[in-house]
Design a protein around this ligand. Sequence first.
Ligand SMILES: NC(=O)c1ccc[n+]([C@@H]2O[C@H](COP(=O)([O-])OP(=O)(O)OC[C@H]3O[C@@H](n4cnc5c(N)ncnc54)[C@H](O)[C@@H]3O)[C@@H](O)[C@H]2O)c1
Length: 435
Amino acid sequence: MRVAMIGAGYVGLVSGACFADFGHVVTCVDKDGERIARLKRGEMPVFEPGLDRLVAANMREKRLDFTTDFAGPVADADAVFIAVGTPSRRGDGHADLSYVHAASREIAAALSGFTVVVTKSTVPVGTGDEVERIIRETRPDADVAVVSNPEFLREGAAIQDFKHPDRIVVGTEDERARKVMENLYRPLYLNQAPLMYTTRRTAELIKYAANAFLATKITFINEIADLCEKVGGDVQQVARGIGLDNRIGGKFLHAGPGFGGSCFPKDTVALIKTAQDAEAPLRIVETVAAVNDARKRGMARKVAAALGGTLRGKTVAVLGLTFKPNTDDMREAPSIPLITALQDMGARVRAYDPVGMVQARQVLTGVEFCDNPYSCAEGAEALVIVTEWEQFRALDFDRLRSVMKQAVLVDLRNVYRPGEVNGFAYYGIGRTPRT
Ligand SMILES: NC(=O)c1ccc[n+]([C@@H]2O[C@H](COP(=O)([O-])OP(=O)(O)OC[C@H]3O[C@@H](n4cnc5c(N)ncnc54)[C@H](O)[C@@H]3O)[C@@H](O)[C@H]2O)c1
């Protein structure tokens, strides 16, 4: 089948490369000329493990191409995917649908023959209706079915997630569209991945409900962690103890500095707005968003407490800046409000991230960026682990201690166990502090 993928960001690029790998012929279309030029040269605009090889292999086989031009790829396509960004709209938190609407207009102008237009971007309920309206208004003659097919991949494990999904949700009531979607996903379907058909509106809601639920799980365990610290308990054991119950499940029960990233923060807020407008407010999700926002900055107070209550004139070394390991994505990373709060409290901040330094430099100011964990720790009064990159799991603590002014470790991801880090005053999350 022929696929046009509109938007060559995380989702568009990974989905496009994976569809090509299934044997379909895919053209990724992006407005950003520089991004397309880089992709054509084989350079990845985002860091995602395995993506460069997947893209190169499928370009070689002539199943994957990149362009800024909508016309040819859309006219030739059996399915056109919309995978453009849906960031938070400035001012009110609703999803900004301007990119989706602009893409819909351009797609409409180029359509030829029966085409399935698939929204892969995360969009509020009813967006599919609007995409269809735009297309029909622009091209009353178009033979088109508009389908919702939300994406559930995680950055850092995106290819594995796309190729081995827990489920594929397809929102359509159109028989012809259903056949096209079935053919597109046939390799996964043969692999037993459940293909779930539902209405377009329900599919749109499933994506937001899933993200809001996962964000709730994280926030729940974060609050349990705070309680553990106050009353004397170990949040990791609580998480294990409840997670072994199949009704709860152990995933997304890792206490930490609060969720961030390109999806959860904006998607929870957008869902809250949709629900408020519909006069069916989601109080739990509203609380989750508020608790999480407060938590990220609150982590700076944890660092201050570890240093006796004040940060003025102190140097803090931060390890890990991206919102999670194995990505260079800094969107809504907990490191950003944490570092700003540390600076507001008078601290000097040094920082290191294995992959995200280029992105981090664009969003953080007044930070001294370092080449590795050890140069980062030089002269610091506290070392703070913010992102649990693999390379932070076996740090040489003797070496760190020898370059630090004071041996204090604040481990916001519970990478280490209290008592394991000899010679350091250790502060984790949800466990009573111990030296
Ligand atoms: N990143 C994730 O982990 C993830 C996971 C699931 C779903 N999503 C959703 O997928 C969507 C895309 O997210 P992303 O992280 O890939 O975004 P992104 O910002 O990485 O990429 C979006 C791309 O779309 C391009 N674009 C914007 N308007 C365009 C237009 N009119 N025509 C052509 N290209 C255009 C941009 O230049 C950019 O390259 C969002 O709705 C997001 O919520 C993201």
